[in-house]
Design a protein around this ligand. Structure first.
Ligand code: GAP
Length: 513
C-alpha cells in the first residue's frame, strides 16, 4: 500500500468510525473546515488534557487562561498581523487555480531531493555490499549537479522570502519550469500578497459598526493579559501562561485533510523571561516539547527539528517539530523566541506601561518571550496516522486497529457479555457502572464477540472485558488487550487498577524531560 493509499484509507476510516466529518456535509461541506464526531471529540479532549496538565499541573510557574476570540482591532495592528500576516499567492491563468508561490517552490525542492535519493538507491542496488554511500554522494556527477541546482534555488528562495521580493519568487517559478498541476501550463500571473485574517463586524451593521478580526493565533490573548495575570497571580519571572483555543486563517492552499484548516485549535504557552536569557529557555523548551511528543511512543525517528530560514516578523529564533505523516515530514509544533516584540508593541499601541519589576536585579523591563505553539488538529492527525494499522490474523481474517496510546484512546474499555441471557448482561452493566465514573467505557451486546472485538479495535479501545458463565461463579472476567489480542482472566475487583495503570497520563508524564 502506498502512503497515498494509506492516507485515503485513514480519512475514510476517520469518517466511518465517528472521528472526523466534513463540516456541514449535507450541503456538500465547506472547504478546509471539519467537525469532530463522537470518537474524535474524545481523542481531542484527551490530547488537550495531556498538553494542559503537562504545562499547568506539572509546572509551578505556568498558569492557564481562556481569552476571548474577538479582540480589540488595534491588537492586530500592534502584533503586526494587519501588515505582515500574508501568503505570497500566484494564479495560473489557464486553470484559474491559485497557489502559494513558496509552496510550489518547496515542492520543487522536495522533488530534487527525491531525485537524489532515487539515484543513490539505484547505485546501492547496482554495487551491492561494496557500496560506499558517502563517496557516491560526493562524486556522482548526476547527484552533484542536482544538488547544486537545488541548493542555488533554495538560496534564492530564502533570500526572496526574507526580502519580500515577489518578482524574484515569480522568476524562480519560471526558472524551475514549474507547471500548474491542473492545466499543465506555465502561464503564471504576478505574485501578490494575501492577508490571512478573517474580518467580521461588531455592533450594528449600519453606521458605527467596526471591523474586527477572528484571531489568527491565540497568543495575543495571552500578551494583552500579561499584566493582569502577572499581578493577580503574583507571578515571578520566569513564568508561563498557557491557553487552548480556536484560531482562524483564510488558508488558500487548504489540503491534506485536517492538516491545514481554516478553523483550527491551538495550544500555546508564552514563557516570559529576562532579556538575554531567551536562547537558554528556547533550547530548554525545544527539548521538553520534543520529549512530550516522543513519550507517545510513535518512534523517535518519526520526529525532527526544522529550523526556520525565514523568521516570522516577531522572532529571533524559531524551529518546528516535524512529524513523519503519510505525506512526509511536516510541522506539528513551533517553538519561537519572540523577543519583546509583542509586549513592546502592545505597550506602544495601547499607551499602557507593560513592564515587569525584577526584584532580583532591581530593574524594570519588557520581558522576552519564548513560545511553544502546537495545533490540536495536527496532533489528532499525528495520532491517527501513527496508530492506523491493517493486520492479517492467523485465522486469515483482516483487522483494522487504531493502536492509539491508551491514555489518549477515546474509549478505555468495552464490556461485552458473551451472550444476551443467563444474567450476563446484568453483570456487564454492573461492571460498567463500576467503571463509568472514572473512564469512558462502552457496553455492547450486539453481534458475535468477534465482530464486537473488531468494532473496538477500529476505534482503538485498549481493553475488551468479556463476561461469561464462569464470571457468575467466581467474579472473574476475560480481559483482551487490543494490540497483542492476548487474553487474561482477571478478578472484577482488579479491573480499575489494571485499567488505570495503562490509561493514566502519569505513564506519559514520567517520560517528559
Ligand atoms: N503563535 C504562533 C503561531 O501561531 P504558527 O506556526 O503559525 O505559529 C502554530 O502556528 C501551530 O498551529 C502550527 O505548528 C500548527 O500545528 C498549527 N496550525 C497553524 N496553521 C494551521 C492550520 N491552518 N490548520 C491547522 N493547524 C494549523
Amino acid at each position: 500500500m502506498t502512503q497515498d493509499e494509506l492516507f485515503k484509507k485513514l480519512v475514510a476510516h476517520s469518517k466511518e468510525y465517528g472521528f472526523i466529518f466534513p463540516s456541514s456535509e449535507i450541503y456538500d461541506g465547506l472547504s478546509a473546515v471539519y467537525d469532530y464526531g463522537q470518537m474524535g471529540v474524545e481523542l481531542k479532549n484527551n490530547i488537550k488534557k495531556y498538553w494542559w496538565d503537562s504545562m499547568v499541573k506539572l509546572h509551578d510557574n505556568i498558569v492557564g487562561i481562556d481569552a476571548a476570540i474577538f479582540m480589540h482591532p488595534r491588537t492586530w495592528e500592534a502584533s503586526g498581523h494587519v501588515s505582515a500576516f500574508n501568503d505570497p499567492l500566484i494564479d495560473n491563468r489557464d486553470s484559474k487555480k491559485r497557489y502559494r508561490a513558496d509552496v510550489l517552490l518547496e515542492e520543487w525542492l522536495a522533488k530534487q531531493d527525491e531525485k537524489i535519493e532515487k539515484e543513490v538507491a539505484k547505485a546501492r542496488k547496482r554495487f551491492g555490499d561494496s557500496f560506499d554511500e558517502t563517496q557516491y554522494r560526493n562524486t556522482s556527477p548526476r547527484v552533484l549537479e542536482t544538488a547544486a541546482k537545488r541548493d542555488e534555488i533554495h538560496r534564492r528562495m530564502v533570500q526572496a522570502m526574507n526580502d519580500n521580493d515577489l518578482n524574484e519568487l515569480r522568476q524562480l517559478i519560471l526558472d524551475c519550469e514549474i507547471v500548474c498541476p491542473i492545466s499543465g501550463t506555465r502561464n503564471w500571473t504576478e505574485v501578490r500578497q494575501f492577508n490571512l485574517m478573517f474580518e467580521t463586524k461588531i455592533g450594528s451593521v449600519s453606521e458605527g459598526a467596526s471591523t474586527i478580526y477572528l484571531r489568527p493565533e491565540t497568543a495575543q490573548g495571552i500578551f494583552v493579559n500579561f499584566l493582569n495575570v502577572q499581578k493577580t497571580g503574583r507571578m515571578k519571572i520566569p513564568f508561563g501562561i498557557a491557553q487552548i483555543g480556536k484560531a482562524f486563517r483564510n488558508e488558500i492552499v487548504a489540503r491534506q485533510f485536517i492538516f491545514r484548516m481554516r478553523e483550527f485549535e491551538q495550544m500555546e504557552m508564552q514563557f516570559f523571561v529576562r532579556p538575554g536569557e531567551e536562547m537558554k529557555w528556547w533550547n530548554k523548551w525545544k527539548e521538553t516539547r520534543m520529549s512530550w511528543h516522543r513519550a507517545l511512543g510513535f518512534g523517535d525517528d518519526n520526529y525532527r527539528f526544522h529550523d526556520h530560514e525565514k523568521l516570522a516578523h516577531y522572532a529571533n529564533a524559531a524551529t518546528d517539530i516535524e512529524f513523519n505523516f503519510p505525506f512526509g515530514f511536516k510541522e506539528v509544533e513551533g517553538i519561537h523566541s519572540r523577543t519583546d516584540f509583542d509586549l513592546g508593541n502592545h505597550q506602544k499601541f495601547s499607551g499602557r506601561k507593560i513592564q515587569y519589576f525584577d526584584p532580583e536585579t532591581g530593574e524594570s523591563y519588557v520581558p522576552y518571550v519564548v513560545e511553544t505553539s502546537i495545533g490540536v488538529d495536527r496532533m489528532v492527525l499525528q495520532v491517527l496516522s501513527a496508530a492506523y494499522r491493517e493486520e492479517k490474523l492467523d485465522n486469515g481474517e483482516d483487522r483494522v486497529v487504531l493502536a492509539i496510546p491508551a491514555p489518549l484512546a477515546p474509549v478505555k474499555a468495552a464490556i461485552l457479555p458473551l451472550v444476551k441471557k443467563d444474567g450476563l448482561p446484568e453483570m456487564g452493566h454492573r461492571i460498567k457502572d463500576m467503571l463509568k465514573y472514572d473512564y469512558n467505557v462502552q457496553y455492547d451486546e450486539k453481534d458475535s464477540i468477534g465482530k464486537r472485538y473488531r468494532r473496538q479495535d477500529a476505534i482503538g479501545t485498549p481493553f475488551c472485558i468479556t463476561v461469561d458463565h464462569q464470571s457468575l461463579e467466581d467474579d472473574t472476567v476475560t480481559v483482551r488487550q487490543r494490540d497483542t489480542m492476548e487474553q487474561q482472566r482477571v478478578a472484577i475487583s482488579e479491573l480499575p487498577a489494571l485499567i488505570e495503570q495503562a490509561v493514566g497520563l502519569r505513564r506519559l508524564f514520567d517520560k517528559i524531560i
